[in-house]
Design a protein around this ligand. Structure first.
Ligand SMILES: [Zn+2]
Length: 239
């Protein structure tokens, strides 16, 4: 399994046979795509930092299947499937095998994803985050409610996927939140669900927030991937 950081919450996961692309909003370099193989493009919700219509341009050459949160109203492309929270979709290709896509909720809009394919179980949070805003900055938001919403959703995920279930998880670290708040969601995720590997996301180009997460969660048994630039191969377990 190879993981490429595209930008923000966008990642490409290359499995031996299939490719899964999450929340791509930038052009994908062609050498990361494999002609004739199956490609699954997932989008967690309609916000501009998670969904862009340009994903439809990878249709014909790459046998693409699109799974989009059903709040996405900008339609286009073919082989598009819309999904709501707490649903499951399975695709079974005669040569490439099976992929199972399950959704959970978000603390903003749309869905979070669990993808099971080629023996790997992968989680992508979308905007499921502990939105621990400074109340002075966002007076309309109650920090206690935000915390409860996030923890309740993680508990719901943990019922089906207990600690250690995820081979790889993409979880937000958003440096717009103040103090230690950017890493709260990821730290709680690691403590509760103990993914084998965690890729931080939703940080635009503020790569320094990853260092703080790695320091805080050192020794917890989850490998936290480093990211330095766009289009970087951040993980490769075949090497
Ligand atoms: Zn977002």
């Amino acid at each position: 399994m190879k993981v490429i950081y595209l930008h923000h919450s966008g990642f490409l996961v290359q499995l031996p046979t299939n490719t899964v692309v999450f929340d791509a909003i930038t052009d994908i370099q062609p050498h990361f795509l494999r002609k004739g193989r199956q490609h699954y493009f997932l989008a967690s919700h309609s916000h501009q930092d998670h969904f862009a219509q340009r994903i439809f341009s990878y249709g014909t050459d790459y046998n693409s299947t699109y799974i989009l949160s059903d709040d996405i109203t900008k339609r286009g492309g073919s082989n598009v499937h819309y999904i709501k929270p707490y649903e499951t979709m399975t695709f079974d290709h005669p040569k490439a095998g099976k992929i199972e896509i399950e959704t959970f909720g978000s603390t903003d809009l749309g869905v979070s994803y669990v993808v099971k394919c080629e023996g790997k179980t992968i989680f992508h949070a979308g905007d499921l985050n502990w939105w621990d805003w400074d109340p002075e900055e966002r007076p309309g938001i109650d920090p206690a409610t935000e915390e409860a919403d996030y923890k309740n959703e993680i508990a719901r995920i943990a019922e089906k996927y207990p600690a250690g279930s995820f081979d790889l998880a993409f979880v937000p670290v958003d440096s717009r939140l103040s103090g230690h708040s950017p890493i709260r969601a990821a730290e709680y995720f690691i403590n509760t669900l103990k993914p084998k590997v965690l890729a931080p996301m939703h940080f635009w180009d503020e790569y320094s927030v990853i260092d703080e997460l790695q320091t805080r969660c050192f020794g917890k048994g989850t490998e936290i991937l480093s990211i330095h630039k766009r289009n970087e191969i951040i993980y490769d377990d075949e090497q």
